[in-house]
Design a binder for this molecule. Structure first.
Ligand code: HH2
Length: 291
């Protein structure tokens, strides 16, 4: 089980934690916390020491109602970091962007993965950039854009409809020649989903897994955890850990989080328990009713 990314492949035998580096002034939980490139690199280095096997760098907040950022500004925010992170930190760098020209510049600077929260629906040229560069690709599910997505959270069966719409994103990727082994799917927790719908998706990843791609989840500090816990983002670490473990038991392989060490430790213990009980995958298979 591997994920083909630019310049190599990443093993997904064990759960993979992707550490978040937000170079934005306005992200919902950590906006503006990282100052210059040196501070961002020090933060990223700590995430790698804590066990992040990947880093995901973003220069545009996608929280509900966030202000869109022009491509030139997004590039200026992330490129100096991408350049140094890709050469100095020893783990693949993913760029969290919906814009083809930002993705292309980041890949030129050494990034290996494009994390497109629009699932190739925002920028018609994005797929060609990913295909031409042989980058890994995260196709996340959302509807609309951050300004409108909250109004689009209407589903009769959220797990089935998200899987169907991710299937359409896979078709977009295939049409431009992106190979299946470069693709990872993400239900898009909190994106055009109510808190209940995000919880429902975590409870039932089987329809998405049935598409046949590795699954990534991004529950980190999100408001659906706040709706359960009644605490602000910085106090949602334990909730994030619980969501990651639940998703792992449901078959997810990659976990996009701010708080790397607690998630790495929790997943290592969950994996050890699964192995002690007869092998990884046993719980996910039993829960999906296909045992
Ligand atoms: N969530 C956020 C941003 N990018 N990418 C993927 N693949 N999956 C996610 O769930 C996801 C994502 C939102 O979180 P964050 O980066 O912390 O906040 P902001 O968008 O405000 O920068």
């Amino acid at each position: 089980m591997t994920w083909r990314i630019r310049g190599g492949a990443l093993s997904l035998e064990a759960p993979v934690v992707m550490g978040i580096v937000n170079l934005t002034p306005d992200s919902f939980s950590d906006g503006g916390l990282l100052g210059g490139v040196d501070a961002a690199l020090a933060h990223a280095r700590r995430l790698v020491e804590e066990g992040a096997a990947l880093l995901d760098v973003g220069g545009e907040s996608t929280r509900p109602g966030a202000r869109p950022v022009p491509a030139a500004e997004e590039r200026a925010r992330i490129l100096p970091f991408v350049r140094r992170a890709a050469s100095e930190l020893g783990v693949p760098v993913s760029v969290d962007t919906r814009k083809a020209e930002v993705a292309r510049s980041a890949l030129d600077e050494g990034a290996a993965i494009v994390n497109d929260v629009s699932g190739l629906a925002f920028d018609a040229r994005m797929g060609e950039v990913v295909a031409a560069e042989g980058a890994g690709l995260v196709l996340m599910h959302m509807r609309g854009v951050p300004a409108t997505m909250a109004e689009l959270a209407t589903y009769s069966d959220v797990a089935a409809e998200v899987a169907q719409e991710l299937g359409a994103a896979v078709d977009r990727a295939r049409r431009v020649g992106i190979s299946d082994d470069a693709v990872v799917l993400d239900p898009g927790l909190g994106f055009a989903k109510t808190a209940e719908q995000s919880l429902e998706l975590l409870a039932d990843l089987a329809p998405i897994r049935a598409l046949g791609f590795p699954v990534l989840v991004g529950p980190s500090r999100k408001s659906f955890l706040g709706s359960v816990l009644g605490v602000p983002p910085e106090r949602r670490v334990s909730g994030t850990v619980a969501a990651c473990v639940a998703a792992y038991l449901g078959g997810a392989r990659i976990f996009r989080v701010h708080d790397v060490e607690p998630v790495v430790q929790a997943l290592a213990v969950a994996r050890a328990i699964l192995q002690a009980g007869g092998g990884e995958g046993a719980v996910a298979t039993a829960r999906s009713g296909r045992a």
